[in-house]
Design a protein around this ligand. Structure first.
Ligand SMILES: C[S@@+](CC[C@H](N)C(=O)[O-])C[C@H]1O[C@@H](n2cnc3c(N)ncnc32)[C@H](O)[C@@H]1O
Length: 316
């Protein structure tokens, strides 16, 4: 592995690198120029589309296992199959190309898709941070855009903790946490029974059955019946509604308190400040207090000027 340096290090810096990273060596290396560049939409479609439409081709798409998910702008509606075939040509490991045909909606947070190229069902196996997830994009929520957030939260877990993943879906927070931390107990809850059946399949596929309990049902009822006062940490990844579940999160935490990862969608201006204030007020209304906000960050942009924001807070 080569790690590029941004400038030629001073002798003192080389000494420092040698002592802190003894297995690395600092050297100058001239790499051969890459002649074969990967294909782009314009290479494949430049001749097939009218020139004014080439500029409207999407710049990005999501890959979930061997399924590509793309947003087709209205101008390209008549050419969507052509665009889908181009995706298959460019990305050899893609089997199926889906176009988004609705927003993420409903209690289960599902989106409608239209198949524009390829074969088979939208069921696939996605790999993320060494874990594998069976998912069916038509039946469960899954977004590869949350992978860094899964990793960020999983890396904060301490030995011996009990975690309640309140809106777990197929388990990307819960499974990564359980895989990395053997001495941790995770309760993973979702109201979508199909998501929970995939969660169970994923628990098995990742060999983490010892420290995750999958639970199907409304989190309010599940906490009431079996998870009140058990958690050192709660993960509230239902950004459009998390605030409404603050009382439940508060109830799930141990009486002495714990850590909350709170998510919401927030617009401009000042999305970070707004989310932080909303969290502090919502916690207060449950009869608890925020002792410290340890982190506020943008998880991803979800629409122009709208973001998914996370607030990590220690609750008393
Ligand atoms: C945004 S998705 C969660 C995604 C997942 N945590 C991840 O990181 O990929 C929200 C999930 O909450 C579930 N959900 C919605 N309302 C719920 C409730 N009242 N109780 C439990 N789960 C709920 C949905 O079925 C959906 O799977």
């Amino acid at each position: 592995m080569y790690v590029p340096l941004t400038s030629v290090p001073l002798p003192s810096e080389i000494e420092k690198l040698k002592s802190s990273l003894p297995e690395f060596e600092v050297s100058a290396y001239r790499f051969a120029r890459r002649t074969k560049r990967s294909l782009k939409f314009v290479d494949v479609l430049g001749e097939e589309l009218p020139p004014h439409l080439v500029a409207t081709l999407p710049n990005a798409m999501d890959f979930v296992g061997d399924v590509a998910v793309i947003e087709i702008p209205p101008e390209l509606e008549a050419y969507k199959q052509t665009v889908g075939e181009a995706v298959l040509k460019i990305h050899k490991r893609v089997r199926l190309v889906l176009a988004k045909s609705s927003a993420v909606e409903g209690v289960y947070r599902l989106r409608e898709f239209e198949t524009i190229a390829g074969v088979g069902r939208p069921e696939t196996i996605h790999k993320e941070y060494g874990c594998m997830y069976h998912v069916d994009l038509a039946k469960v929520y899954f977004s590869p855009r949350l992978s860094r957030e899964h990793d960020r939260v999983a890396s904060q877990i301490k030995d011996g903790e009990t975690v309640v993943d309140m809106f777990a879906s197929v388990g990307p927070f819960s499974i990564l946490i359980a895989k990395r931390h053997k001495n941790v107990q995770v309760h993973a809850v979702d109201v979508n029974p199909i998501a929970v059946s995939y969660l169970k399949k994923n628990i098995e596929a990742n060999h983490v059955g010892k420290n995750i309990v999958p639970l199907s049902g409304d989190i309010r009822q599940v906490v009431e019946e079996r998870l009140a006062g058990v958690a050192d940490r709660v993960i509230m990844n239902l950004p459009e509604k998390a605030k409404e579940y603050m009382d439940t999160a508060s109830k799930a935490l141990k009486p002495e308190g714990g850590t909350m990862h709170y998510y919401e969608f927030t617009g401009m201006p000042k999305p970070l400040k707004t989310a932080k204030i909303r969290l502090v007020e919502a916690v207060k209304q449950t009869g608890r207090n925020v002792k410290r906000v340890s982190y506020v960050g943008l998880v991803r942009a979800t629409a122009p000027y709208t973001f998914q924001v996370v607030v990590d807070a220690e609750i008393q």
